[in-house]
Design a protein around this ligand. Structure first.
Ligand code: ZN
Length: 308
């Protein structure tokens, strides 16, 4: 039984309109779903990724409108690494980010920048085996498009011994040198690394809420049991409409989720119209009239016209 790499990473934003403008507009990801937070239905939950919403490409945000900026500290993810196919793509993105008013720092194989909330992102050349997971955007040539999420880095306040056993023995990550890890599935892998800090973080806009690892559907319950057997306090299996999930806080304090492949984002709208209309979890459908008044109206750039 192997984890299939990363499923999705979820952040907090203070501004849903800017979230769509940056990730679907500037970065050219596909906006896959407009829905609300299961546990706080007054807040948007927006999903972005490749054309099909493939696990490994998915970034999601809870919007808490106007919330203050957070700051990554010990026990929090501080940087997300997005893949591109080749170094030439870094030049394309350096120019595109500058044209949109974003500061960026180019190094040989990486381009570092922050989004409008201060979330740190890094474009990295992803030439070590992950199949490309691209979205189509009229201003982004396919050879320069983002090809999936390659890795994430977190701050460790307690040293990496705190969760080495969980990562390697229980979850099957491979430990590389210096607090670096890699998780290899049958098709995709993901890089996971730590940097030390003594800073205490603040959850807020631009901070990472959790990371979900991808399990095959048939293995999900066994993964839950395995994590429980390792002494983690793991939730029951929760139906998140687009996948099943369990959650636990790992020893560094980072919230981990384990998510299934199925049923995916085409369960409640046609694959060619993903993310164009507000979709509500069944138990919150009765709130629709109220939510349509209170949520900021969003326009998916894929939709033909406003309200389409
Ligand atoms: Zn999640």
């Amino acid at each position: 039984m192997k984890l299939e790499g990363m499923h999705h990473i979820t952040m907090i934003t203070g501004d849903a309109s800017r979230n769509v403008a940056f990730y679907a507009g500037v970065l050219g990801l596909r906006m896959l779903k407009q829905t609300v937070n299961f546990d706080a239905p007054e807040a948007y939950h927006l999903y972005f990724g490749d054309e099909r919403g493939s696990p490994g490409s998915i970034l999601t945000w809870f919007e808490f409108a106007g919330t203050q900026r957070g700051r990554a500290g010990a026990g929090m993810i501080h940087t997300i690494q997005l893949g591109v196919a080749a170094e030439a793509a870094l030049d394309f993105w350096a120019e595109r980010l500058a044209a949109n008013g974003y500061e960026r720092r180019r190094q040989q194989r990486t381009l570092s920048f922050a989004d409008y909330d201060g979330l740190r992102l890094e474009l990295v050349v992803a030439d070590d085996g992950n199949p490309p997971l691209r979205a189509v955007h009229p201003e982004v040539p396919a050879e320069h498009a983002i090809v999936g999420v390659e890795g994430a880095r977190a701050y460790s306040g307690r040293g990496t011994e705190a969760d080495r056993e969980l990562l390697t023995e229980t979850l099957g990550f491979t430990e590389l040198a210096g607090g670096e890890y890699r998780v290899d599935g049958r098709e995709r892998h993901f890089h996971w690394g730590y940097d030390r800090t003594t800073e205490v973080g603040v959850q807020g806009a631009g901070s990472v809420h959790h990371i979900a690892w991808h399990t095959r559907d048939e293995d999900h319950r066994r993964w839950r049991q395995r994590v429980a057997n390792a002494g983690m306090h793991v939730t029951p299996v929760i139906d998140r409409d687009y996948f099943l999930a369990v959650y636990f806080r790992q020893p560094q304090g980072i919230l981990f989720e384990l998510s299934t492949t199925s049923p995916g984002f085409a369960i409640d709208e046609a694959p060619e119209h993903l993310g164009e209309q507000l979709r509500l979890p069944r138990q919150h459908e009765h709130l629709r009239p109220q939510l349509e008044r209170t949520l900021t109206p969003l326009r998916n750039p894929r939709a033909g016209a406003v309200g389409a």
